[in-house]
Ligand binder design. Structure first.
Ligand code: ADP
Ligand code: MG
Length: 217
């Protein structure tokens, strides 16, 4: 089992990378949401993550709990769509689970991610197969845990999570949505990728890069 640790600088890089990737994917996310929603997922996420990164420049946080409480509250207050409260809850629960610490180990990161997903599910009540961000995040965290169980360190485990998130995202395409705005379309929601599962892949892409660069320092 790896004893590698991830500190607050890696977490700040994760958030900055997520913002950059969301900004670059803004049009694509909006296009996905225009097919089965109201064409605002790119704008929602971009507004939210811009607000998060602006807050980060206010000074370094003392702990995971403090950093991610701030991130979560900023997302909830700056994003009107469903994704703001859902990602906001994810980050708040992530920080609460990690606690008043300045670093986590591989298992601690997995536990915090799992708590974050628990927050999304508690709030949105979606299950795997409902065609939401949960469809990308759930297999990602299962793959992360499985990788740790066979002795992988965070860079490899997060890569495994990313690959599973991509597969989960792509698996939303044929599904009929049962939660969120897309569910209003019924059968017509089939044949389109869920926008929130696409932004969740970016969350794991950002985490993979942040963890990778951290472990090579
Ligand atoms: P809105 O649907 O309010 O316009 P967004 O377009 O920003 O908000 O986000 C839509 C995404 O939010 C969906 O693609 C889906 O992944 C996610 N989502 C919506 N409702 C739920 C829910 N109840 N549980 C989990 N994720 C959800
Ligand atoms: Mg929308």
């Amino acid at each position: 089992m790896s004893d590698a640790v991830l500190g607050l600088p890696a977490m700040v890089r994760w958030l900055e990378l997520f913002q950059t990737k969301i900004a670059a994917a803004r049009e694509w996310l909006t296009e996905l949401d225009s097919a089965i929603g109201d064409a605002d997922h790119g704008a929602n996420m971009d507004r939210g993550m811009n607000a998060v990164v602006a807050k980060l420049s206010g000074g370094p946080a003392a702990s995971f709990a403090e950093l991610f409480k701030n991130v979560g509250m900023t997302l909830v207050s700056s994003v009107g769509g469903a994704s703001g409260p859902l990602y906001g809850t994810f980050f708040m629960r992530f920080g609460m689970e990690a606690g008043a610490v300045a670093q986590v180990d591989a298992a601690g990161l997995g536990g915090a991610l799992r708590a974050g997903l628990g927050g999304i599910v508690a709030r949105g009540k979606a299950e795997v197969g409902d065609k939401t961000m949960v469809d990308a995040m759930t297999p990602a965290l299962d793959a992360y845990d499985a990788a740790l169980a066979v002795g992988q360190a965070p860079p490899g485990a997060v890569q495994a999570a990313l690959a599973a998130a991509v597969a989960g995202r792509d698996a939303t395409i044929p599904l009929v949505a049962r939660k969120g705005r897309a569910s209003y379309l019924g059968e017509r929601s089939a044949g389109h990728m869920d926008p929130g599962s696409a932004s969740t892949v970016l969350l794991f892409e950002a985490l993979a890069e942040a963890v990778e660069s951290d472990s090579t320092e």
